[in-house]
Design a protein around this ligand. Structure first.
Ligand SMILES: [Zn+2]
Length: 322
């Protein structure tokens, strides 16, 4: 009998990543289409369905060979209906993604949020391979996350499980977060948070710094510049990264103290800094983790990059639809 294929889809604000995968999690074919956010993103399900049909034609494959679609979107999911409650950058509000995509594609669909999908992808074939208990944190423009306990994503009562970015780090006087609270981990450990902390530090002290010349010329810095400078022992950059990794290590240790994970996987654009970030996080984690939790947990950088979402989507299709 012919091997069936899984479809993984990861919707972002500018592109939609799509892939056909084998039931072993191997990417057979992957591609991208533009995200059409005109008309409040209403066309997105039909764009996806049409693109799948087109790709099947090109590859000379029949739709009956597909098991179903696992899809992620950037926003909270209503798991009873497969609707996206709100996705600001797509224009969606209570958008019935599962219903619309099933109608357009004729395939069964399972929906989750994009960070949860990436967590499942890393668990299946990435840095978390083989770990049934895993914490995934993604450091990008914001801080996202996913918690997997006993092989299953923790959604919680109303879908807000795994929101690692909104762990409170600064109790008093923290910066305002997009969620409406103050002092969330996201305000410190996201690319945006790193830039804010660096500018505060540059304004606060006069120390010479390789960041300063750039800052004076451009009136801003980038998270990558700060991480690169920290790697080269720049004092201001080291201060900033010291603070970022302190709060990351603290939040991850406290989360781990409640979950006892086997792996903690750090992904997202900021994680490309590798050991510059991982080594100090691990030091802080060791300070704050309960001894048995520390013994069990391995901290590691994600390995799947932008493919994590489509691989996680395929995992969902495999486990929920086949
Ligand atoms: Zn928040």
């Amino acid at each position: 009998m012919e091997n069936k294929w899984l479809v993984g889809v990861d919707i972002g604000g500018t592109t939609i990543k799509m892939a056909f995968l084998s039931e072993d999690g191997e990417i057979i074919f992957k591609w991208e289409i533009d995200t059409d956010t005109s008309q409040n993103g209403k066309q997105i399900p039909s764009d996806i369905a049409r693109s799948i049909d087109q790709k099947l034609d090109e590859l000379n494959q029949s739709k009956s060979n597909l098991i179903g679609i696992g899809i992620g979107a950037p926003g909270p999911v209503n798991f009873a209906t497969g609707a996206i409650e709100v996705a600001v950058n797509l224009g969606w509000k209570n958008f019935p993604l599962k219903e619309f995509l099933e109608k357009e594609s004729g395939l069964p669909v399972v929906v989750d949020n994009d960070a949860n999908l990436a967590a499942l992808g890393e668990m299946w074939t990435g840095a978390g391979e083989g770990a049934n208990d895993l914490i995934f944190v993604t450091l990008g423009t914001g801080v996202g996350g996913g918690v997997i306990s006993n092989g299953r994503i923790v959604h919680g009562k109303n879908g807000a499980g795994g929101e690692v970015g909104h762990i409170t780090s600064i109790i008093e006087g923290g910066a305002r977060c997009n969620c409406g609270k103050n002092g969330c981990l996201e305000t410190i450990a996201s690319a945006t948070g790193i830039v804010r902390l660096a500018i505060e530090e540059l304004e606060r002290v006069d120390a010479t710094s390789q960041l300063r010349a750039y800052y004076e010329k451009h009136k801003t810095v980038t998270a990558k510049l700060v991480l690169d400078a920290a790697k080269e022992d720049d004092e201001i950059a080291k201060q900033v990264i010291g603070k970022v990794t302190l709060y990351l290590g603290l939040a991850l240790a406290n989360l781990a103290n409640g979950l006892n994970p086997e792996k903690i996987v750090i992904g997202g654009g900021v994680s490309r800094a590798g050991d510059t970030l991982l080594t100090p996080i691990a030091e802080q984690f060791a300070r704050f983790a309960f001894p048995k939790v520390l013994e069990a947990a391995e901290l590691t950088i994600a390995t799947l990059g932008n493919d994590a979402g489509v691989i996680g989507g395929a995992w969902l299709a495999k486990t929920k639809l086949s």
